[in-house]
Design a protein around this ligand. Sequence first.
Ligand SMILES: [Zn+2]
Length: 101
Amino acid sequence: MRANKQSLVSEIANERISVLFDLAKKCAETDPELSRKYVRHLKRLGTHCRVKLPKEIKNGTCGKCDSVLVPGLSAKVRIASSKRYVVYECLNCKAERHVHY
Ligand SMILES: [Zn+2]
């Protein structure tokens, strides 16, 4: 028996978000626009259901154009060692995401 309705909603939303992210990663190379559509949808789903996106998804997508950041394909990755973060630069819109380590 579930605790309440919200936990059921979050469980279903998390499952759908991970399925959508897998689909977005799969078609990132063949159909980038469809991939961005999947990412936009999963972000909207997370907002609507009040579910926090996992770090893997948050750091693996562009915050500006919703592209999936695949190193070598849609993202350029470099290390800013003096500032202790990794820079993911989206090759679609040139936005940068800093991931601290
Ligand atoms: Zn972008």
